[in-house]
Design a protein around this ligand. Structure first.
Ligand code: NDP
Length: 327
């Protein structure tokens, strides 16, 4: 038997409970992992509370991320004792996820935990930090360098946004952070933002082309904000788009793309090929952010996840929730 969070939907409604499961409950897969830590991303909070249809089969163990140690493996790349990490691939959405003491998964979805970081640190980074790094790599591949000019980050106090600010500033970029929480300016400056702008500047409909303000941007907001960001990027610049916090629509014109050669780079973390995942995680591990990681982590137990997920959706959580599944 092992401890697990479990989401169910039945005649009593949508429920998330802490329970004990038997090994029969584990998903089919060729690698069994003793989970050490998981985390609560925005998507997990939606799954746990039922505020959006993230969970696609019931009952389901939530948790899109986990890190732990291989207990049993029939997969060629892994053996018992290996430290591993998983993000996405539908885990915590349609396959049982990481908010449990055990997870059995397809070994093709696992990557080795980089030697330079612990399972605990990897889960403080989580999908939010991994996605931010994928966005940074997308901009680098587009030849955006610190000397290219300022880089805008939207949704800057969010999970992806704050990691994007931190990573870009560590890499020497001058970062402009756009936020709806101007009261968090000191926090954003502590991450390395040089300038803070009110997101209201970007959230209302603008013109097809506006003043060229930024060399590049990382956008986790979508909608009108993304349209205005594209219209404000310098000639030849790029926008890495990964989220839809404002909305899924994109009320833009082609003007920035055909008249300024701006590129819109879509970033998906869930089904990302393995090699890209390994590259992103190795880059994160090399960044020597241990002090920062420790400072932003709040360690919680499985028992606390439901209440914390609710607080996260209400915007009451600063930093990252680290779930010790064995506490
Ligand atoms: P968070 O909720 O932590 O952050 C989102 C931030 O966006 C908020 O903190 C807020 O920042 C801003 N925001 C919220 N509502 C609005 C609004 N109506 N208009 C403008 N800005 C708004 O979420 P995450 O960082 O975890 O995820 C951000 C987005 O990225 C989500 O849409 C998520 O689904 C997506 N995502 C996509 C991934 C992928 O693989 N493509 C992976 C991970 C996340 P502020 O107050 O500073 O403005």
């Amino acid at each position: 038997m092992y401890k697990s969070l479990l989401v169910d939907k039945n005649e009593q409604g949508y429920q998330t409970l802490l329970t004990e499961l038997s090994d029969d409950f584990l998903t089919e897969g060729d690698v069994l992992v003793d989970v050490a830590f998981s985390t609560i991303n925005y998507k997990d909070a939606l799954a746990i509370t039922g505020k959006a249809p993230v969970v696609r089969q019931f009952p389901l163990v939530p948790g899109i991320d986990f890190a732990g140690t291989v207990a049993q493996s029939a997969h060629a790349h892994f053996k018992a004792g290996d430290k591993v990490l998983l993000n996405g691939f539908g885990v915590g959405e349609k396959h049982h996820g990481g908010l449990a003491q055990k997870a059995r998964v397809n070994g093709d979805w696992l990557i080795p935990l980089p030697a330079a970081i612990s399972a605990e640190q990897a889960m403080v980074i989580g999908t939010a930090g991994y996605t931010a790094m994928l966005c940074v790599i997308a901009l680098e591949k587009h030849n955006i360098k610190p000397e290219s000019g300022d880089v805008l980050v939207t949704g800057a106090t969010g999970g992806v946004g704050s990691w994007a600010v931190k990573i870009l500033s560590e890499l020497g970029y001058r970062v402009v952070a756009s936020t709806g929480s101007m009261a968090q300016s000191d926090y954003l400056k502590s991450l390395g933002a040089s300038e803070i702008i009110d997101r209201a500047e970007l959230s209302q409909p603008g013109k097809p082309l506006m003043k060229e303000r930024w060399a590049a941007a990382i956008d986790s907001v979508g909608s009108t904000t993304l349209a205005n960001v594209c219209a404000s990027i310098q000639y030849g610049g790029a926008v890495a788009a990964c989220g839809l916090a404002q909305g899924m629509d994109f009320p833009a014109t082609v003007a920035p793309f055909i008249l300024r050669g701006v590129s819109l780079l879509g970033v998906d973390s869930v089904m990302r090929p393995l090699q890209d995942r390994i590259e992103a995680w190795e880059r994160l591990a090399q960044m020597d952010m241990a002090d920062y990681i420790d400072a932003i982590a709040t360690k919680i137990t499985l028992h606390e996840c439901v209440a914390k997920a609710d607080e996260l959706l209400k915007g009451q959580i600063t930093g990252r929730l680290l779930v010790d599944v064995n506490a």
